[in-house]
Design a binder for this molecule. Sequence first.
Ligand code: CDP
Length: 256
Amino acid sequence: MSRRKQIYEGKAKILYEGPEPGTLVQYFKDDATAFNAQKKATLDGKGALNNRISEYMMMRLGEIGIPTHFIKRLNMREQLIKKAEIIPLEVICRNVAAGTMSKRLGIDEGEKLPRSIVEFCLKRDDLGDPLIAEEHIHAFGWASQAELDEMIGMTLRINDFMQGLFSGVGIRLVDFKIEFGRVPLAEGHQIILADEISPDSCRLWDRDTDKKLDKDRFRRDLGEVTEAYQEVAMRLGILKPNPSNPPTLSVVSSDD
Ligand code: CDP
């Protein structure tokens, strides 16, 4: 049992107080939830895989000049991050129609969008993270115009970079969700990429077969969820194949 002070527990992660002021420890759980937590399961090994995949993505994005909360990985399930004031928005970037966009606009899943589209949802689980317009963000003061411009600019750069990275390993980046936070500077503050980037927060399809390698395997009961996450990690070169120790999947409860 950890004696560190727990700051926050979310659906898939726990945040603990970090060793230095201005730091936190982000712990990746094996828990999976979908449909606003109506469907729940424990997927053995998911937390460790997401820890590694998110570390890799944040490090690569850091190399191209995207400021992120990632400092270093501490162990299998934990990483040291910068403490940030999370902006209460989910920023979604889409290249191919899927999920709620397909439902909302009646566009077939898999249809390539005319261009990449950035959407905003309000981070409010109790409301089911509703889609909002930039007008709402301005009117309710959730972010300033300058912050919004910066978030949109960073999101499009992240999208360009990740599309290329995944395309190099035969994966289509259909869409993804990111979150940003504010960290104080001597004067003002800086906007940094926070939370995680993993198959929990991206749609990743095999380029040739359209096989889903992301959380839709869990949402849609397609099975082999951690195996798919492991395949993403292996294709990115993060994990070496280890046939003697295949991941196991144990669904403890599924009520959907
Ligand atoms: O995933 P769902 O169909 O509910 O919603 P979406 O708006 O189609 O999701 C777009 C992308 O954002 C997908 O890659 C989701 O996995 C991700 N997302 C997320 O990570 N967390 C949310 N609360 C909502 C979406």
